[in-house]
Design a protein around this ligand. Structure first.
Ligand code: UGA
Length: 437
């Protein structure tokens, strides 16, 4: 099929490359010419495992092109909207200007019979509103809402073989046509067994909001348990293992630590609360405010734990922060707990050096006042405390004996509970985990 993908960020660039991998002819479009020229020459503008190799492979087939001109969407039968919906400045609600802008400029490139497919995470009601606009300008085009569930770090795999597809489509023949077209787009993963559900627009939009809310709730639940463990001397990692053995609960997303960040979970639960408020259903989601509060509290709590770890005062203490990205295998620093903690420590007088295998450039742009060091052993040189805040494999592998030779004082805060406390303590370290004795 001929496909256009509007927006080439974390979602769109991966989607465009994966659609070409599935055999389609794809044009990826973005307003940022720098991003387009990088992608066109096979370089991913962000770190995502497997994406550079995939870009090389599909660019060589000639099935994938990139363009900064929306007019190049003309000729495609299916148009995927993949632009961002960040949090509005000073508000909880989503900023819809990129979706609205991309959609209205796409209207000029549509041809009779085209299918427009929204993938962006949007407030419920958006698809119905855009469908009305579409019907006015192009009565025989159809809109579908097909939320995306990919995780950064696994984006290629999640796009090529997701655990489910959800199609929000209108009732009647138009909806059947959109479903048939999407089935053709995704014929390979569907033939390999990916499940597919069709629904009305609102349900499809809500599936996405509900999924991310549930994941955020799971993380905040275990972090709340960590707070209780801390005052009782219990161990939250054992607690998670034990409750996770109940299949109804499951062990995934029960890792206590410095909490969730990134460009999705934090802003999605806030946008969901804001939208519920507009719809008069705010009471239904007041628990998400608590989920958010627990998560934000993790960050201040980590600052306090660090203060205690270094003897009661942060002033002039050399702190090495291991990790800047919001999670490993990503260079994304949007709402990163690690960076937010690093910045708070610095504000309170500590001398903070941040290291990360991939995210230093982005981190420096957001927090230029922090010091950065790409080399791990240099970063921990003469440190009074190490803070493992993003669990990259190389930090999990750090040997306490090697770290001992570099640091000033053997203090470590394991903000993701991924190190072996016994091993670090045996090597003479003052080890502190989250919600662990
Ligand atoms: C999340 C969802 O997992 C995806 O399904 C969804 O498609 C995506 O948002 C989106 O809306 O686009 P992502 O933001 O890539 O994906 O990251 P996650 O893997 O969900 O991690 C989010 C945060 O939670 C990270 O900061 C991670 O460190 C933290 N986390 C995760 C925990 O603190 N504990 C856990 O047990 C799991």
């Amino acid at each position: 099929m001929r496909i256009s993908v509007i927006g080439c960020g974390y979602l769109g660039a991966v989607h465009a490359a994966c659609m070409a991998k599935l055999g389609h002819d794809v044009v990826g479009i973005d307003v940022d010419p720098r991003k387009i020229s990088e992608l066109q020459s096979g370089r991913a503008p962000f770190f995502e495992p497997g994406l550079p190799e995939l870009l090389d492979e599909v660019l060589a087939t000639g099935r994938l092109k990139f363009s900064a001109d929306m007019a190049d969407a003309k000729g495609a039968e299916v148009h995927f909207l993949c632009v961002g919906t960040p949090q509005r400045k000073g508000e909880y609600a989503a900023d819809m200007r990129y979706v609205d802008g991309a959609f209205s400029s796409l209207l000029d490139s549509l041809e009779p019979g085209n299918v427009v497919v929204g993938k962006s995470t949007v407030p419920v009601g958006t698809a119905a509103r855009l469908a009305d606009d579409l019907a006015e300008r192009h009565p025989d085009a159809v809109l579908a809402w097909n939320p995306e569930f990919l995780r950064e770090g696994f984006a290629v795999k999640d796009t090529l073989s997701p655990d489910r597809f959800v199609y929000g489509v209108p009732a009647g023949a138009a909806g059947e046509r959109a479903t048939a077209v999407l089935d053709e787009v995704y014929s390979t993963p569907l033939s390999l067994g990916t499940r597919r559900l069709t629904s009305d627009y609102a349900t499809a939009e809500l599936v996405k909001a509900a999924a991310n809310s549930f994941l955020a709730t799971k993380i905040s639940f275990i972090n709340a348990m960590a707070e209780v463990c801390e005052v009782t001397g219990a161990d939250v990692t054992l607690l998670a293992d034990a409750i996770g053995m109940d299949e109804r609960i499951g062990r995934k997303f029960l890792n206590a630590g410095v909490g969730f960040g990134g460009g999705c979970l934090p802003k999605d639960i806030r946008a969901f609360m804001a939208r519920a408020g507009e719809l008069g259903a705010d009471q239904a989601l007041t628990f998400l405010r608590e989920v958010d509060d627990i998560n934000v509290r993790r960050r201040t709590r980590t600052v306090e734990l660090t203060r205690t770890l270094v003897g009661g005062s942060l002033l002039g203490k050399r702190i090495a922060v291991l990790g800047a990205a919001f999670k490993p295998d990503s260079d994304d620093v949007r709402d990163s707990p690690a960076l937010s903690i690093a910045a708070q420590l610095q504000l309170q007088g500590a001398d903070v050096t941040v290291t990360d295998p991939e995210a230093i450039e982005g981190a420096r742009r957001r927090f230029p006042e922090l010091m950065y060091e790409a080399d791990l052993m240099q970063a921990i040189h003469k440190a009074d405390a190490l803070l493992l805040l993003t669990e990259w494999q190389e930090y999990r592998n750090l040997a306490p004996e090697a770290a001992t030779l570099a640091v000033h004082t053997r203090n470590i805060l394991d903000g993701r509970n991924v190190l072996d406390p016994a091993r670090w303590r045996a090597a003479g370290w003052n080890y502190k985990g989250i919600g662990r004795p």
